[in-house]
Design a protein around this ligand. Sequence first.
Ligand SMILES: Nc1nc2c(ncn2[C@@H]2O[C@H](COP(=O)(O)OP(=O)(O)O)[C@@H](O)[C@H]2O)c(=O)[nH]1
Ligand SMILES: [Mg+2]
Length: 442
Amino acid sequence: MSSQDCIVALASGRAVAALSLIRASGEGIFEIFKSMLQSEVQLEPNHSQFCRLYSQGEPIDEVVATYFKAPKSFTGEDMIEISCHGNPLIVERIIEEFVSRGTRIAEAGEFSRRAYKNNKMSLWDLEALDLLMSSSQVEGVRWAIRSKLEASGLRLQDFRNRLSEVLSQVEAELDFPEHEVDQGTRDGLTKAIEAMALELESWAISFEKSRSHFFSPKVAILGPPNVGKSSLFNCLLGQERAIVYNLAGTTRDLLEAQLRLGGLDLCLVDTAGLRESSDPLERLGMQKSLEVLKAADLVLWLSDQAEPAPQSYRELAKDSKWLFLATKSDLRAREQRKEAWIYISSQTGEGIEKLKKELLSWQKGRPDFEGSLHLSSDRQCQLVREAQSLLSEALDLAAGSAELEWLAQKLREANQRLEPLIGKIGHEEILGRILSRFCIGK
Ligand SMILES: Nc1nc2c(ncn2[C@@H]2O[C@H](COP(=O)(O)OP(=O)(O)O)[C@@H](O)[C@H]2O)c(=O)[nH]1
Ligand SMILES: [Mg+2]
């Protein structure tokens, strides 16, 4: 498949709507589009134009088309964007018309891939866009927009300059040992490395603290059979989603639902009860429950006898937050209550508000928007962490009496890690800085 072939796809949602947006890209796409018009329509680049589309003389739709001429388009290729009426049948016909004229239906993400290939988007842009599209929380969208705006921002550029400066200072010492380096310059170098390591750490911490606000946390309802898991699931959702029955093993499959609590979106999962069982179907259900347990951000452990979760289950989700809920409180005497358990009744509603408050306070705190670069993926965060630890090692070397070459190596490795964010600091650039500083070779 060449990147030159023409591709087409629906860019907006699939549901019936007032309007839908179809995108097509590739060399020759303008000619293909023009062949769907009856009259000679003059489409100017970057202008929208009302036009009628035809298929073998029969009108398909009245649309507004915008022509973007390469390289000034999203993909960097010639592109057409068509706003048509939002009936999926019309969308289908227009796309079919493109296909019958030699255009191919785009693969998932292919427009963005072409944009990347044609240098219209960097990896940083793509990852910010990915977060923007996939985030299920308002905070995630706000974060992603900031991240996207930063792509061309000064912050990364500034960091890059500082690293480049430090690298060239060390390389200069290595390449031109005859040039004496005074203590002040040395101290400046150490300070600069330290400041960069601290800055990288602040980027990583800020992302790690904020990440849980980007997607709906998974809240798993777990416990032995018949303790009231499905009843709580229904009670929190305010609707009868799950079957509730006085028979152990009723819930076999996982049930998921979005629960909105205040400004918080949770993904609530009802699971099959955990117990010893020889029924293969029930065991299959329990296996799924354990998978949910492992992936849960928060575990609601339910027991009608306030019996703690077995240690083996605790181990499976030791980094998750656990809340212990003693169910069917309407059947228990108050004086038998254990501390650290929240007593709830899905039938009388007792304890449900308290539980909701606990959920809200668990997610309290907001993303740290200010004063940080907005990393948008775990991958970026990992690279930043690696670079930070390399800079910290470089700092130790700079403070000790280690060979300068080792220090240089750490700095080069840190640059390598950060390449996807700040680009490569090449030999030419470093040499340029060295020459400008020492006036060597005059
Ligand atoms: N008295 C009382 N019964 C409850 C309560 N919650 C659930 N039950 C009953 O316990 C049985 C099992 O409930 P269910 O939600 O299906 O439990 P699961 O197997 O853990 O999902 C049903 O007969 C429910 O009516 C409660 O808060 N109080
Ligand atoms: Mg159930």
